[in-house]
Design a binder for this molecule. Structure first.
Ligand code: ZN
Length: 433
């Protein structure tokens, strides 16, 4: 029933859009008539963000590049215009800090307009958000016949979308005014408080495009498309055997099984590159959880890592002020530009890098099959984003050895290898034991 109502809405909207475009046709150019975007207006937020368990004090700071840009006025790559409703001054300051992290992380020529609400929400709910609507594009830089979050559509089209679907606001977001928030900007919340900056950063991430169209009803039937059209995010999701989620009948019980099979991954090449060559796992628990399932990275895989921001829960004492390389990788793949440079790793062939032994004890050897004698920067980053090793080495016959690693505590680390001759880099996950 809901769906039929929605379709009717769209027909009405499309008709009104046609009306608008026809009117503007006489005043402007014929180009506006060539393509009328299809408009998808979600019925609810993409994310309902719940407070999770205490998992220890976790502090993942902003990247050095973002810190540097935020300290130098005028180095933003996008600008947000936020309409604050009901915010206290300290909540607004922390919100603006999160906005500044995004505006120094992704680029757009168009202002990103956010309507932000600060009011009581259901118990346990910290916040919720979504793109105001999503639109299709015929731009050469867009995938045809898929929906783009309004802010991303505007970035790709290099124009405001107000004429289509009649919306000025790009992102709607609500935050609880009664949660036990930590409003500090230092990513160090105490064990009993929720880091407000992290939650705002997370919700804005959804509004910028981190969401798909999937849902599963009470009978277990899954569906994804709206008016036969998926969202750009949906095009990157596949199961553990490599079957694209969009290859299943829609709607169908089989699709419902896939969406609740705990076996979904992101096959964005850039996100994979940023995840050490491994497909990042999506959150797809055995029972469908509207607002958590599908449109998040897997909690258990990424909790406590630099990529934890877009997982479905945040615990007290936990802060992440870094959008994370896999989220930025997926964003770049979807059409955002990355502030300060591309994350693309295509030329730096992941398959050509081998790290051994892994797990390691006191030394690792990196074998490279191209860039045989280039200069490399090797950085070892712990799961809290701290740089624990930083060395420059020249490959000798395609080999680099990193030694004296006994002093490191047994844990997971990320080895970032940068070819200093061309700036290309990859990250591999390695384990000390
Ligand atoms: Zn979320």
């Amino acid at each position: 029933m809901k769906k039929i109502t929605l379709k009717m809405n769209t027909v009405i909207k499309t008709l009104s859009v046609l009306g608008l475009v026809c009117c503007s046709f006489t005043a402007t150019s014929q180009e506006t008539l060539d393509f009328v975007p299809e408009v998808y207006t979600p019925t609810g937020p993409s994310c309902v963000f719940y407070q999770g368990e205490f998992n220890g004090l976790i502090s993942i700071p902003r990247s050095p590049a973002v810190i540097s840009k935020m300290q130098n006025a005028g180095t933003n790559c996008s600008s947000f215009i936020v309409n604050y409703n009901g915010f206290t001054p300290e909540a607004q300051t922390a919100f603006q800090f999160a906005v500044d992290i995004w505006s120094t992380s992704i680029g757009s020529s168009q202002p990103i307009r956010v309507n932000a609400q600060f009011s009581p929400l259901d118990p346990g709910v910290l916040g919720s958000a979504g793109s105001n609507s999503a639109l299709t594009s015929n731009n050469p830089n867009a995938v045809p016949n898929v929906f783009y979050a309004r802010a991303l559509w505007e970035k790709i089209e290099d124009m405001e979308s107000d004429a289509f679907g009649g919306a000025t606001v790009d992102i709607n977001a609500s935050f609880s005014s009664t949660a036990n928030w930590y409003y500090g900007l230092d990513a160090n919340p105490p064990a009993n408080q929720i880091d407000f900056v992290s939650v705002v950063l997370h919700e804005l991430g959804h509004g910028l495009g981190f969401f798909g169209g999937a849902s599963v009803d009470g009978a277990g039937e899954g569906e994804i498309r709206f008016n036969n059209t998926p969202i750009i995010y949906d095009t990157f999701i596949e199961n553990g055997t490599g079957d694209a989620i969009l290859s299943f009948a829609d709607p169908s019980m089989a699709l419902g099984d896939e969406l609740t099979g705990n076996d979904l991954f992101c096959d964005s090449a850039i996100a994979i590159g940023q995840n050490g060559g491994v497909l990042p796992r999506m959150f797809a628990p055995g029972s469908w959880n509207q607002g958590s399932s599908y449109s998040h990275w897997n909690e258990a895989t990424f909790n406590g890592t630099i990529n934890s921001l877009m997982t479905p829960q945040i615990g007290p004492g936990e802060a992440n002020h870094n959008p994370g390389p896999i989220t930025l990788g997926l964003f770049e793949q979807m059409g955002w530009s990355i502030c300060g440079g591309s994350l693309t790793v295509e030329d730096f062939d992941l398959a050509s890098i081998a790290v051994s032994p892994n797990p390691f004890m006191s030394a690792i050897t990196i074998k490279i099959t191209n860039g045989f004698s280039n200069d490399y920067k090797l950085e070892l980053i712990d799961i809290n984003g701290r740089l624990v090793v930083n060395e420059s080495k020249t490959a000798v016959n395609g080999e680099i050895t990193l030694s004296n690693l006994d002093r490191l505590t047994n844990a997971i680390y990320f080895l970032k290898l940068t070819d200093t001759t061309n700036g290309q880099h990859i990250t591999k996950k390695i384990v000390k034991n």
